[in-house]
Every structure is written in C-alpha cells, then in structure tokens.
Design a protein around this ligand. Structure first.
Ligand code: GLY
Length: 470
C-alpha cells in the first residue's frame, strides 16, 4: 500500500470537488480501479488509478471509492490494513492517517460502501476496471462499460468541462515532468550509435525516467521504422543512414503525462533528403504552434501543417499540381496521414474514452476523408487547452503501394520518384502546447529539435549499451 502523500496540493483536489458539486448539485459516487491479477492471483499487473478518480481525489490506492456530496465534501472508502500488513508491506496507515493523507472529510472501510450507497441512485462513471464496473452498475443501476456505457451523462459533461482546461497547478506538474523527460531524450540522443539497438535506447530512456520517479504515460515508440506510426516493438539494430524516432513521455504520481516525439539520424548527421524533410516538418510544426491561440479552430492548426508539408512535397517533385490542389484533394495525406495532434493531460489522448465529444465542438463531426479522418481534435481553442502539435512526413509502403490510392491520385503523384523514397522511414516532431491569452507556451521545449543542437548531441559519450553495462 503506497504511503505517498498527495501528488498535488490538497487544496487543488478540494477545489475540484467543489467545482464538481456546483455543476452536479447532488452527491456523486466515483469508483477507483482494482488490482488485476498477472500470473498468480496475488501478483498484479502494474496499477494505474482511473484518471477521473485521480483527478478528484489524488488517491492511487487500489479498490477505493469516493462519495462526494452536494457541497463537495468527500468520504473516501478504502481497504483498511489487515493485521499482518505491517509484516509484508511495512507499517501502513490506519483510517485517521489515511483520512489526513488524502485530506478528505471522512474515511471509511471499502467493505461499507455497498450499504452506504445502495438504493441512492447516485450518478457515477465507468472506469477501465470492468469488475468494479459490475459492482458500480449494481450499486447505482447504471449500465457501465468503459468506453461504451460511460455512466451518468451530466457527470460526463462536468468531467469533460473541468479536465479540458488546465490550471496553473496542473501546468506546474506538467512542466516538471516535461523537464525530466527532456533529460531522458538528451540521454537517448547522446547514446545513439550505428550498430546499437532500439532496445538499448528504450532501456536507457525508461531507466532515466524511472530514476526520477516517473513511469510512462503510454507505450513508448522507439524505432528506426518510424513510418509505422505506432510501432510497438524494439527489435531493430540501428544502422548508419537511418533515422531513429522516439515518441515517449514521462508520467508522474499525479497522473499527468507529456507526449514528445523527436527524430534524429543514427549516425549523427542528416543526409540531404533527411535534412530537407526534417526542415519541412519542423517548419510545419512551428507554423502550427504559432496558431495555438484563443479562438483559432484546431482544424486550421492541422491544415497549416498540411500546407507547409504540401509545399515541401511539391518542391521535392513528389506531388504535381501545386499546394492548393494537394490540399483540396488530400494528396498531401499520402505522406502525412494523421492529424496534427490531440488533447493531452491525465490521458495521453485526454478524455478520448468519451470519443469525439470532448474534442469536437458541438455540430462538428469527424470527416471520413483520407487524412482528416484521423484528426482527433476540432475545437476552437481556449486558454487552458493543452494540445500536442505533431506533424510528420512518412514514406509508408502500405500507402504508396495501395492500388486504390494509386488509382485515386494517379496524376498527382510522381510514383517513380515516390518509389525512390521507399526505405526512408518517417519523421515526426511533437511538442505539448498550452493555449494562453497570449503567445502559445511550449511546455516541452527543453527537448532539443533544431538540427545543429541535435547534431551536436547525437553520439556524444558512451553508447547506450556501455551506459547500461556493469
Ligand atoms: N504519442 C502517442 C500517441 O499519441 O498515441
């Protein structure tokens, strides 16, 4: 049982509960995740608390619940220590110590939850743990399935409203996590060598985060096959002439993750084609970041990157017919097939369990068009929105060899020239950007991305394997 203190100041959680109570005007039941068995019933997979539960309580104890009354007062239900817990886990908090640690109004044994809330018809939310959802459905009468039956609709609206706008307390934590993650990126860059292995970089990167008390907010992508957008494996030896793409972010105890991507040449020098493509992606990213301002529609932020990349594709002779035609027909998406970013926070795609509801303004629906179908966000930006900006350029054989796409874009692509790029891989550059009243704040700007800095860092000092060796 974790003895850690609250991960953010107690008044932050208290204020969130009051804000929730003001929106709901009635008591609310929140459920926390339980432990899930791994290989033996008593050994569990790594525990991560439900994001909403973490948001309103800061409590990362498994199998907890919270009853928040109409004034925002909180009763936390938690498993109380068994008699032999001190033997196996060290001295653990009793009820009063737990109440004080989580700064709640009351603390009760989780065994009392059922009798305390049954029949009250309380609003609640589905969580990732389906076993707890079954209990929650029984206690509240609501169908609960994570990502499907979300729970009480007014409660979903309140959660989206509150979590969508980051406060200074959240940004302080995110900047801290971004700073540590930047150090891990620098280490990975310095340790990259031809002949090294993706798995060595992964070990170093994750070790550097762990050494500072961070886990990762999502499965890191660390690959020389950057054209595979969410490549999950670390199986390749890194060769001279290849690009290494690292998409990873630390997550602290408060649950906030950053989401950063950098791409760099394994041998420390960008080739001519790599440099041209990298500069185009960087220019696209900077142009989009500049647009992260109040009132700007996120779709336009996406299209700004598309425009800069389309110009590059025309300049390189990959596309014919000019930028306007490329954008009108979506031909640029052959090489930039995803959206320019998403909301970020306690979840890497923040609140995406609620589908497009948090991310598309009322009346807007996601396009089914090639390219924009993967645009995860289409809000008019407001101060407090935290978004990623992550344009990319990818040479994807599965796209360029697709018969239907070749027929559709027959006259717009120089297919022979495109073929000569096969094997290039992919480039993505991603930062996390806060919309403010003024200029956008790039909270991840401690992670280098300009070519001179990258070239001065890559391969400096021992290799990843040397650093990991005893
Ligand atoms: N950076 C990983 C993702 O957006 O899914």
């Amino acid at each position: 049982m974790s003895q850690a203190p609250l991960p953010l100041p107690a008044e932050v959680f208290a204020a969130r509960r009051v804000a929730l109570a003001e929106r709901m005007g009635r008591p609310v039941l929140l459920l926390g995740n339980g432990l899930r068995a791994r290989n033996l019933p008593k050994y569990s997979v790594e525990f991560r608390q439900d994001s909403n539960f973490l948001y309103f309580t800061g409590c990362a104890l498994p199998n907890a619940a919270a009853l928040i009354d109409a004034a925002g007062r909180c009763t936390l239900f938690a498993p109380l220590p068994a008699e032999d817990d001190a033997l196996w886990h060290g001295v653990v908090d009793g009820p009063e110590a737990l109440r004080a640690r989580f700064a709640v109004d009351a603390l009760r044994d989780i065994a009392e939850l059922e009798s305390a809330v049954t029949g009250l018809g309380l609003p609640t939310l589905a969580i990732p743990d389906e076993e707890v959802n079954r209990l929650g459905a029984r206690l509240t009468g609501l169908p609960l399935r994570f990502g499907v039956d979300h729970g009480d609709d007014a409660l979903v609206s309140a959660v989206i409203d509150l979590r969508s706008h980051k406060t200074e307390a959240e940004l302080i934590e995110l900047r801290r996590v971004a700073g540590i993650t930047a150090q891990a990126f620098r280490l990975a860059m310095a340790a990259t060598r031809p002949g090294g292995h993706e798995a060595h970089i992964a070990a170093l990167f994750h070790g550097a985060l762990a050494a500072h008390g961070l886990t990762t907010g999502y499965h890191s992508i660390i690959t020389v096959r950057g054209e595979i957008l969410h490549n999950p494996d670390y199986l390749n030896t890194m060769g001279a002439g290849q690009l290494l793409l690292l998409d990873g972010g630390g997550e602290g105890a408060a649950g906030y993750t950053v989401d950063i991507t950098r791409t760099w040449p394994v041998d420390g020098r960008f080739s001519g084609r790599q440099r041209a493509a990298y500069e185009a992606v960087l220019a696209a990213q900077r142009a989009s970041i500049e647009l992260v301002r109040p009132g700007v529609r996120y779709r336009d932020v996406h299209m700004r990157s598309a425009e800069v990349l389309a110009q590059f594709l025309c300049d390189e002779g990959l596309l014919r017919g000019g930028v306007d035609e490329a954008l009108a027909t979506h031909a640029h998406a052959l090489f930039f097939p995803h959206g320019v970013g998403h909301l970020l926070g306690l979840d890497v795609h923040d609140l995406e369990t609620y589908g497009d509801r948090p991310a598309y303004a009322p009346g807007r629906v996601r396009s089914t068009e090639f390219g924009t179908a993967y645009l995860r966000l289409d809000l008019d930006l407001l101060p407090g929105h935290l978004v990623t900006i992550e344009p990319g350029f990818y040479v994807v054989p599965a796209i360029l060899h697709d018969p239907a796409l070749r027929a559709r874009f027959k006259d717009q692509v120089d297919w022979d020239r495109a073929e000569s790029w096969i094997g290039f891989g992919g480039i993505r550059i991603e930062d996390d950007v806060v919309c403010t009243q003024g200029a956008p704040e790039v909270i991840t700007d401690g992670t280098p991305k300009d070519i001179p800095t990258l070239e001065s860092l890559i391969g400096q000092g021992p290799s990843a394997l040397e650093r990991l060796s005893l």
